[in-house]
Design a binder for this molecule. Structure first.
Ligand code: ADP
Ligand code: MG
Length: 619
């Protein structure tokens, strides 16, 4: 018998290795973008044709490679990023295994052009099936351009396995976004079949998120930031009202590397619990920086799972950081001035897309494979004053409009031991002194420590009543006053069932209602602090309103009842208030656990800071 064990030829070995590293065009995109980042580039341009099946090209202005390095980088295990096993525990770069380029060279037709700053000429290399076809000097700018054509041209089984262009492009965009989010200080663009899809000017993380996720997040991001010796966390979460019905804009990065972690996701969701409906998903983009030696580095770099030395610490930390951020925001509904001005000035808004370019882009089929939010250029210019207008309008939306937040104060208190810093004092927000005025019978304006606040009287009163009712349900029942002349109400059968379910809670809220048979109820008593005489109308209206909510499976019965009653009994916009009424409204509001917004997340008041106003007036 002859010996049968042989070494695999290099190209076959690379093709096999590629199976692990390069599963689809998007994985090559990720590797090439990460290499450009590692090379210290400040501008990275990605071009794809046919969803990367025909062409993937990345052009960067990073440090480039020497002639020798340019040849070497396609070898398996060729890397400049680690030298010994110890280095593995201090990895700060995105790549380190030296497999990506070797794999790519095994499954595509690759061309590399690269030049270091100090070299006069650059190097051009063409490589196919792991074999160098050509190498020669070339005149190029500093940096590197790598293009790979016809991915898997020599592995038909894999090529056939690729999905539709729309689907592969979706994957590419996902990878692009993950890298672009992690490095807001780098300019990124993505051009697909000659059409620029993203044009992301360098800026702050906040600007980058708005560029990527859409301008509707501009005033809806809550900053998360906590630092400890063990780890740091920073980033943004969307305000509760931006939670969506589909999981989507949720990003975790550990040391700038995108990861997927059901466990950490749970920590964030937990922090949001009761502020959003059970079946909705808040936006978050969170960065955890941690000593790499506290991570298990043996996890494959292309896999997005990660192992922490101590998961529980990380979980508690993430949860408390997010809770803390949300609590901060909830007592601080200030207008977001800085972002908008910054966006106005950033080139991403003013430069890249002319109107006709935009209409050409939107009519293309490519465009339709993206959702609007992924269009970098959908940021509309708005003047600062318009932004104020937009903010102020929030309060006048209908109650029945999509409502998703709602805060369980109790929960917040229970977990406040996690808080790392004291909450912002709500006393600082409260209108001080005695100088209130009511405008349009709707807004109450008053001076506070930092400037002035504008309170929306109906929103504020909804909050006050909601908390009062919540306390009643939780064990401080509202006193009932017996009616001298009990009123009867007759209902249709459906409503009878409904009211029967609510009787116990209504009692806690001060309404003593007894079934009388035949769809009839008798109102024996009503809350002591509500003027008697309207009980019947109140209950009927309450039921009516409640039914509006009842398709809304997000809330339990009790929550619906509280919200309904709070809305119904609140003093409406358009009602004139005297000075005493305004004063007690303000006092009651700032007695609330969460004075900032209605149970549905509409602001109760807006704060206009003096120093921001000064700035706007050019002072
Ligand atoms: P790794 O990134 O794990 O080191 P790669 O196969 O991705 O492995 O790249 C091999 C090497 O080629 C890198 O370590 C780096 O030195 C060099 N390289 C790759 N891409 C670039 C680039 N865009 N600019 C400069 N050097 C690069
Ligand atoms: Mg790499």
């Amino acid at each position: 018998m002859p010996d049968i064990v042989q070494l695999l030829p290099e190209n076959i070995a690379n093709q096999i290795a590629a199976g692990e590293v390069i599963q689809r065009p998007a994985s090559a995109v990720k590797e090439l973008l990460e290499n450009a980042v590692d090379a210290g580039a400040t501008e990275i341009k990605l071009f794809v044709n046919d969803a990367g099946k025909a062409l993937i090209q990345v052009i960067d202005n990073g440090h480039g490679m020497s002639e020798t390095d340019a040849r070497m980088c396609f070898e398996r295990h060729a890397t400049s990023k680690i030298k010994n096993i110890e280095d593995l525990f201090h990895i700060k770069t995105m790549g380190f295994r030296g497999e990506a380029l070797a794999s790519i060279a095994g499954v595509a037709q690759v061309e590399l052009k690269t030049k270091k700053a100090e070299d006069i000429t650059g190097t051009y290399i063409a490589i196919e099936n792991s074999v160098v076809k050509m190498q020669q000097p070339v005149a190029v700018q500093q940096g590197t351009s790598i293009s790979m054509k016809n991915l898997f041209f020599n592995v038909p089984a894999r090529r056939n396995f690729l999905k539709s262009n729309a689907s592969e492009l979706r994957h590419i965009v996902d990878e692009f976004i993950r890298v672009a989010m992690a490095f807001p200080g780098i300019f990124f663009s993505l051009t697909s079949n000659g059409q620029q899809v993203f044009h992301l000017e360098k800026g702050t993380l906040k600007q980058r998120l708005v560029q990527i996720l859409g301008n509707n997040y501009a005033a809806k991001l809550v900053s998360v930031q906590e630092e400890t010796d063990y780890m740091n966390i920073y980033g943004f979460v969307g305000k509760p009202e931006t939670a969506k019905k589909t999981r989507g804009d949720q990003y975790f990065f550990v040391n700038n590397r995108f990861i997927k972690s059901a466990y950490l996701n749970h920590a964030v969701m937990n922090a949001f619990s009761d502020m959003i409906a059970k079946d909705s998903f808040p936006m978050y983009t969170l960065f955890i920086d941690i000593d790499p030696s506290r991570l298990d580095i043996n996890v494959h770099p292309t896999k997005q799972e990660i192992k922490f030395e101590d998961e529980k610490i990380i979980y508690a930390f993430v949860q408390s950081a997010v809770k803390h951020a949300l609590a901060q925001f909830s007592v601080t509904p200030t207008l977001d001035f800085d972002l908008d001005i910054a966006i106005q000035q950033s080139d991403a808004v003013s430069k890249p897309f002319t109107d006709d370019k935009r209409s050409a882009a939107t009519s293309s089929s490519l465009f339709k494979t993206f959702t609007q939010k992924h269009q970098a250029h959908f940021i509309e210019s708005k003047s600062d004053l318009k932004r104020w207008g937009a903010e102020l309008q929030v309060g006048s939306e209908e109650l029945q409009a999509e409502t998703q937040s709602g805060f369980d104060e109790h929960e917040r208190k229970e977990n406040s031991e996690y808080s790392l810093q004291p909450y912002q004092k709500k006393e600082d927000k409260k209108a001080t002194g005695n100088n209130f005025i009511q405008l349009h019978n709707t807004f109450i304006i008053g001076e506070n420590k930092n400037g002035f606040i504008a309170i929306h009287q109906q929103n504020a009163h909804e909050r006050i009543l909601y908390e009062r009712f919540l306390n009643a349900i939780k064990g401080k029942p509202i006193a009932t006053q017996r009616s001298l002349f009990p009123a009867a109400i007759e209902l249709v059968t459906g409503d009878t069932v409904l009211l029967n379910e609510l009787l116990d809670d209504l009692k806690l809220l001060g309404y003593l209602v007894e079934p009388f048979g035949n769809n009839t109820f008798v109102i024996q008593g009503s809350p002591a602090d509500v003027v008697q005489g309207n009980e019947k109308a109140t209950l009927e209206k309450m039921l009516d309103q409640y039914k509006h909510f009842s398709n809304d499976i997000k809330f339990n019965k009790r929550e619906k009842l509280l919200r309904t009653l709070a809305w119904q009994q609140s003093v409406k916009a358009g009602t004139a208030l005297d000075h005493k009424e305004m004063e007690s409204l303000i006092n009651d509001l700032f007695e609330c656990e969460m004075p900032n917004c209605t149970p549905n997340g509409k602001p109760c008041y807006l704060e206009f800071k003096k120093d921001e106003l000064d700035k706007m007036f050019g002072r």
